[in-house]
Design a protein around this ligand. Structure first.
Ligand code: GLU
Length: 278
């Protein structure tokens, strides 16, 4: 394994894989470089995930020439692990329950004393309406948020950093104003993408996270959670995004560019590599 990295591809089975996924999966596979490439199924959103899409993921990735060790980690099997991480964060005093709807948040942000709303990696930066509520007062239908200020106080540090080819740094102030109190456990789900991905990358011993540039800002949330949970921060490589002919980022609903469709039209795995510039 000398020189190699442990990498992963972590798709959500909410649709067919398209060229953007192929690029992401091949990038992770190539980055393992004599190390190990792992696959993880991110299926915490039970309403949007379907077994037929999961089966299609395995089929498409095999066709692309990738292989990975079994068994594959599946997030829906790990809800108790996420709950334990959330409990730990609650013990640190860096979480609070929140009942605000999107409408409540927009209304609070339009109050005259608020400046222009700021769009963070997770949508509008939360105005803090429920901050100060206690975890023992949690009610049905609440989400759990991270108290960003409290989190930095617990760390006793005003700086976050990670490596993506070169070092990147973010200050406490930039986090609090530009990202803020993100949701760690979504309604009815007990976790969120951010919490699960951090816990699982550590559990799988991932040393290099490769994923799209669209997630660059989210990485600050992950680094903060790693610090709070005493987990290592891996290296990151945020790769370019594959766009359609009109320059728009590919989405799962663009079935015309699905790997299955391209394969049906006679494309080979080598053609897919060439199409995404690898
Ligand atoms: N499940 C996420 C996605 O499909 C994975 C993102 C990541 O690699 O961290 O976008």
């Amino acid at each position: 394994m000398a020189g190699g990295a442990v990498t992963r591809f972590a798709p959500s089975p909410t649709g067919l894989l398209h060229l953007g996924h192929a690029f992401s999966a091949l990038t992770a596979f190539d980055a393992a470089d004599r190390g190990q490439f792992l696959l993880r199924i991110e299926d915490i959103d039970r309403d949007r995930c379907h077994p037929e899409f999961e089966a299609a993921i395995f089929e498409d990735l095999e066709w692309l020439g990738l292989d990975w060790p079994q068994p594959v980690m599946r997030q829906s099997d790990r809800l108790a692990v996420y709950q334990a991480a959330l409990d730990h964060l609650a013990e640190l005093g860096v979480t609070y329950p929140c009942s605000c709807t999107r409408g409540d948040i927009r209304a609070a942000l339009s109050a005259p004393q608020e400046g222009a709303p700021i769009l963070g990696p997770d949508g509008l930066v939360y105005p803090g309406t429920c901050r100060g509520r206690r975890m023992y007062g949690i009610a049905e239908g609440d989400v759990i948020r991270l108290d960003a200020e409290a989190a930095f106080s617990v760390l006793g540090d005003n700086m976050l950093n990670f490596n993506d080819h070169s070092p990147h740094v973010l200050t406490r102030e930039a986090f609090v104003t530009g990202i803020g109190d993100v949701v760690l456990a979504r309604r009815g789900m007990g976790t969120s993408y951010h919490l699960s991905v951090v816990v699982d990358d550590a559990a799988q011993g991932i040393t290099k996270v490769t994923r799209g540039l669209d997630l660059f800002e989210s990485t600050w949330i992950h680094v903060l959670l790693q610090r709070l949970l005493d987990l290592p921060t891996p290296d990151y490589h945020h790769h370019r995004l594959i766009r359609d002919d009109a320059g728009k980022r590919l989405a799962k609903r663009d079935d015309a560019r699905s790997l299955r469709e391209l394969r049906g039209q006679g494309a080979s795995a080598a053609d897919i590599r060439a199409l995404v510039g690898l």
